[in-house]
Structures are given as structure tokens and as C-alpha cells.
Design a protein around this ligand. Structure first.
Ligand code: RET
Length: 264
């Protein structure tokens, strides 16, 4: 049977997607404008944030369009009788952005070249496995038991990512300054809290009996997760890059050096 949403339910998802598009667009401009405030040796992290929000901006424009095309409005209700809503955009988006987000965190730490490479390779493989194993389950019906099987399989690489971030990265943090250590530590907990939203959203169709409510809650949760995991995360990484730039004595072009050095 076709899924039917009330006007309020349909609009909640519609407006969430619209909010994500505005957030990604604003974040894209912000990261582009903030670039020169960061010392050249720390700019790679900002470049990666910029790419992440640009990729997400594109996908959310497509997701938004797909949501509009999937429903028709009649008698005060929205019925899903149009083209199928394409959940694939979200997973293709993650396939590109999750490895970039993880690389961003590693790159901003400026570890040795071999450590950086090893972390990025392993985290990328785990991220791709997590997403590729999640998708077949995501498109199944709520009552299909294979949905849980794919979810569990996808959780294995997810746990590996958390292990690398908390156990392995912890050792590398010892060589960072106190200020940077605090920021990176906060960032890891933010990853845990925001990335934890995704498996919960995935489970909603199995947890909530009402199909319409489950669909609306899932789409809204994924949208919130994406704003926290991309623009907010990018702003925090920018904070680390700025702190490191200051530690390296970088002065933004066009700004006056502090009064004491100008007087000297
Ligand atoms: C899936 C399937 C069910 C099990 C798990 C999942 C985890 C998804 C995650 C996605 C993170 C996405 C991010 C996007 C932001 O750009 C695939 C839902 C564990 C953690 C951070």
C-alpha cells in the first residue's frame, strides 16, 4: 500500500531538507571565506570541509527534488504514488563524505606521513564497508529480518572506526599542545554523539509501528545528523586549524600585527 502522510508530516521532512540545503550552502561560503585565516600548512583540513559541504549541498538538492516527486497531494494528504523516493543519494553522499570527514580529523593533527597514511587507508576502508553494508538493509521493508542482519554487519566496521579514533588516535594525541589536545578530545566525543544518530535512525522503521511516523522521524534524524556531522564538525576542525596556525606564529595577510610588534 502507498504510504500516506499528513500535510504536517510531509512538510516536516520537506522543511528539514530545505534547512539542510541552507546550512550546507552557508557552510560552503563560510569555509571558503575563512580559508586565508588558516596558515597554508593547515589548510588541507579546511579544503576537506569545503568539499564535504559542497558534496552534501548537491545531494540534498537532489534528495529534496526526489521527495517532491515521490508524493502527490489530494484531499489534504500526501500519497507516495509518484517516482520512488531515492534513498541512494544519501548513501552515495556518505560514501564520499564520511572518508573525507575522517581524513579531515587525521590531517589536522599533522602526524608523521606514514602514520597519517596508515590511519586514512584503514579508516576509509572501514567507512566504505560500513556504508556499503548498510544500504541493502536500508531499502528493505521494516518487517524484513534481513534489515537487522545488514545493520549488524554494518555496525562491525563502525565499531572499528570508533576503536581507531579512541584507542589509536589517543596515543598520537600525547604529542599535541594542551589546547589542541582538548579540542581533538572534544571532537572525538562529538563524532561519537553525532554518528550515533545514524544507526538509531536506521532502526526506527523496526521500532516504530506507525509507518508514516517512522519515515518522517528517520528522514528528520538523518538530516539533523548531517548538519551536525558536516558543518558543525567542519567549524570545530577549523578551530583546531586556527589554534595550530596561531601556535605556528601565523598572521593572516592584511591584518595588523599586534601593537607591541608594530611599535618595535
Ligand atoms: C548505517 C547502517 C546501520 C548500522 C550503522 C550505520 C552507520 C552509519 C553512519 C553514518 C555516518 C554518516 C555521516 C555522514 C556525514 O557526513 C549505515 C546507518 C552503524 C555512522 C557521518
Amino acid at each position: 500500500m502507498d504510504l500516506t502522510l499528513s500535510e504536517g508530516q510531509f512538510n516536516l521532512v520537506y522543511n528539514s531538507f530545505s534547512f539542510v540545503i541552507a546550512s550546507m550552502g552557508a557552510a560552503l561560503l563560510f569555509f571558503l571565506l575563512a580559508r586565508t585565516r588558516v596558515a597554508p600548512q593547515h589548510r588541507m583540513a579546511v579544503t576537506l570541509s569545503t568539499l564535504v559541504v559542497a558534496i552534501a549541498l548537491y545531494h540534498y538538492v537532489r534528495i529534496f527534488g526526489s521527495w517532491e516527486d515521490a508524493f502527490s497531494y489530494a484531499g489534504g494528504e500526501y500519497t507516495q504514488d509518484g517516482k520512488p523516493f531515492n534513498e541512494g543519494y544519501r548513501y552515495v553522499d556518505w560514501l564520499l563524505t564520511v572518508p573525507l570527514l575522517l581524513a579531515e580529523l587525521v590531517v589536522v593533527l599533522k602526524l608523521t606521513q606514514s602514520k597519517t597514511r596508515s590511519l586514512i587507508v584503514r579508516l576509509t576502508i572501514a567507512a566504505v564497508a560500513m556504508i556499503v553494508l548498510g544500504y541493502p538493509g536500508e531499502i528493505l521493508d521494516a518487517d524484513d529480518s534481513m534489515r537487522t542482519v545488514w545493520g549488524v554487519l554494518s555496525t562491525i566496521p563502525f565499531l572499528y572506526i570508533l576503536y581507531v579514533l579512541f584507542a589509536e588516535l589517543g596515543k598520537s594525541l600525547e604529542r599535541q599542545s594542551d589546547g589542541v589536545k582538548k579540542l581533538v578530545d572534544a571532537l572525538r566525543y562529538i563524532i561519537l554523539a553525532t554518528w550515533g544518530i545514524y544507526p538509531i535512525a536506521y532502526m526506527l522503521p523496526s521500532l516504530i509501528d506507525d509507518e508514516a511516523n517512522a519515515e518522517v522521524a528517520r528522514q528528520v534524524m538523518y538530516s539533523i545528523g548531517d548538519v551536525l556531522a558536516k558543518p558543525l564538525f567542519g567549524i570545530l576542525v577549523l578551530g583546531i586549524a586556527l589554534a595550530k596556525s596561531r601556535e605556528d606564529g601565523y598572521i593572516e595577510p592584511g591584518t595588523t600585527p599586534s601593537a607591541t610588534s608594530a611599535d618595535a
